[in-house]
Design a protein around this ligand. Structure first.
Ligand SMILES: Nc1ncnc2c1ncn2[C@@H]1O[C@H](COP(=O)(O)OP(=O)(O)OP(=O)(O)O)[C@@H](O)[C@H]1O
Length: 257
């Protein structure tokens, strides 16, 4: 299934926060969105997920809904958003409740999501017994349990230390290798974008518009973090963002002087 944002614009009252923006996420592809602070990345994700209605433009899905999909656009949150009193399995089962699924199907979906994220042995653990990286794996398993068409990932690794982030990136690469998923992936972290995304979209300073689009043709499973090709891509992205952030700072200085 393809996610399409068509000429999306958003204002909060008088504040023009975003757009117009055109953006697509194709089936099985990960599209990262990067840009300076305050450029509208979270707003864009919230519009994609239907949490915010855009001031103008539209969000559409094209193609067939994946088999067994209970929620086409599913969030993975930065702070994991787990219920602390529920076990890992019960957290993963949460979005399956009240959907009219039989008990056997619920169990099978939970077991599959735990298996895909390497959590089968931790089904009965409570979130506080897990490391940060494992908690986010639970967050990802919970999202996968509904067989989403597109994962909406809002800085999913930013609450984690650098080493855990690297490990979880490896997990996401492996997960995508076994069963490709589609994602719109907002991040501040260029290394994450370049490691995980098929396409990186750079937004300008507010109002966020598409400033640059970089397609990365190297299969994500083959991307070693030291690859020279990736370093060139990272430099280009960094240049785009730095220019935008510097201009935003200059504008702010003019307003204040
Ligand atoms: N509910 C709101 N009401 C008013 N203004 C808002 C609201 N939410 C966000 N904004 C403003 O809209 C702009 C875009 O915010 P948004 O959080 O989408 O940007 P962002 O790129 O995700 O920021 P960051 O990188 O700092 O997380 C910012 O100037 C922000 O202050």
């Amino acid at each position: 299934m393809r996610l399409i944002l068509d000429a999306v614009v958003h204002s909060y009252d008088d504040l023009h926060a975003l757009g117009p923006i055109d953006l697509e996420v194709d089936d099985g592809r990960i599209v990262a969105v990067v840009g300076p602070s305050g450029c509208g990345k979270s707003t864009l994700l919230a519009i994609a997920g239907g949490l915010i209605r855009p001031t103008a433009g539209r969000v559409a899905m094209a193609g067939d809904v994946p088999a067994g999909c209970l929620n086409p656009l599913t969030y993975v949150f930065q702070d994991f958003a787990l219920l602390p009193w529920r076990s890992v399995a019960a957290n993963v089962a949460l979005p399956l409740e009240g959907r009219g699924l039989g008990r056997a199907e619920r169990r099978a979906r939970v077991a599959d999501a735990l298996d895909r994220t390497g959590l089968s042995d931790f089904a009965d653990a409570l979130p506080r017994q897990l490391s940060g990286g494992m908690r986010q794996r639970v967050g990802i398993a919970r999202a996968l349990a509904v067989n989403p068409a597109v994962l909406l990932m809002d800085e999913p690794l930013s609450a984690l230390d650098a080493q855990t982030r690297d490990l979880l990136m490896d997990d996401l690469v492996a997960l995508h290798g076994r069963a490709p998923f589609s994602a719109l992936y907002v991040t501040h972290n260029l290394a994450e974008a370049v490691r995980l995304a098929h396409r990186v979209v750079v937004l300008s300073r507010r109002p966020g518009r598409v400033r640059d689009v970089v397609d990365i043709d190297i299969p994500i499973a083959d991307r070693a973090s030291t690859s020279a090709d990736l370093a060139v891509i990272t430099d280009r992205l960094w240049q785009s963002i730095r220019d935008e952030a510097a201009t935003a700072d200059r504008e702010l200085a003019n307003v204040r002087s």
